[in-house]
Write a protein that binds this ligand. Structure first.
Ligand SMILES: [Fe+2]
Length: 291
């Protein structure tokens, strides 16, 4: 019993126009407007939406939504959060209508500090996903939306929370630069990791949201997007590269809200025979910061 995938992410944004342009021109997502507001949903598969961008006076993560398979598991997980000292609030009708899910509990993730939700029963759309330009689409389904990476204050305590309370399993570790940089990767479905956490280093602080990863069904979608990013002068966090642990080929951009999006393809999956490893570098090749 635990979470079964990254479901959705809510984003508070000062510049919704820049977000809409990024989502459409680079990521070929479908914008689903909310009535009479600057806020909007972003659709990228058969779910009603996976991202929600809300016009705000500050840029922040509004919430991270973790899927649970059914109501029984959801209620048990909420109880386990409560038993571990994490208060949960049952979502009201307005929240359920906004998230397009059947039931949810919200809580403050004690490890990362991010407003978080556990939910079940997302609303699916019969109408096929209609991308803004020709792409093969996003690899989601049993792998969930993608992954999120957090900087955390209490590294050991965070690992314990994600394993023992939310029910994640360890995928592997990457420790490099003589131990200065250390990341733990967690899975909850076939995706290599839906979550990774690390202690802060360099300019990063505990409580920073490092990036959201989205996976394309084809490396060509990623390649075309990489050209568009460079043509439009969108800030690049790390150029094209291939990760040592999940084998994802990807690049990272900086969003208008300041955090990163990793866009990749060809990620390998975990299975029941998966054996935990420790790597001494995050990239096989590439993933270099721009000069
Ligand atoms: Fe990543």
């Amino acid at each position: 019993m635990g979470v079964s995938g990254l479901g959705y992410v809510g984003i508070n944004a000062t510049d919704t126009r820049a977000w809409k342009d990024l989502a459409v021109s680079v990521f070929s997502m479908e914008v689903v407007d909310k009535d009479q507001t600057e806020s909007f949903y972003l659709r990228l598969d058969d779910w009603h939406h996976r991202l929600s961008v809300t016009a705000s006076e500050n840029d922040s993560i509004a919430y991270v939504g973790w899927e649970v398979p059914n109501e029984e598991s959801l209620d048990l997980l909420a109880k386990r959060l409560n038993d571990n000292g994490v208060a949960t609030v049952l979502g009201d009708a307005e929240q359920l209508e906004d998230r397009k899910v059947t039931k949810l509990y919200s809580f403050i993730d004690p490890a990362s500090g991010f407003p978080s939700e556990i939910f079940y029963g997302p609303k699916l759309e019969m109408r096929p996903f209609s991308p803004a330009r020709g792409i093969t689409g996003y690899r989601t389904e049993e792998c969930g939306l993608g992954h999120v990476v957090y900087f955390v204050e209490d590294y050991a305590g965070s690992i314990q929370f994600y394993r023992e309370v939310l029910g994640f399993r360890i995928s592997d570790y990457i420790i490099w630069d003589e131990g200065e940089k250390d990341v733990t990767f967690f899975h909850c479905n076939p995706r290599h990791h839906s979550l990774a956490v690390m202690p802060p280093f360099g300019p990063f602080k505990a409580g920073d949201f490092n990036h959201l990863m989205l996976e394309a069904k084809s490396i060509d979608d990623v390649g075309y997007a990489y050209d568009i990013v460079q043509d439009k002068g969108i800030p690049i966090m790390m150029g094209m590269g291939k990760h040592t642990n999940d084998h994802t080929q990807s690049f990272y951009i900086i969003t208008p809200s300041g955090f990163g999006i990793e866009y990749g393809a060809n990620s390998r999956l975990v299975d029941k025979e998966w054996a935990v490893k420790t790597y001494d570098a995050p990239a096989m090749w590439g993933h270099r910061a721009p000069a």
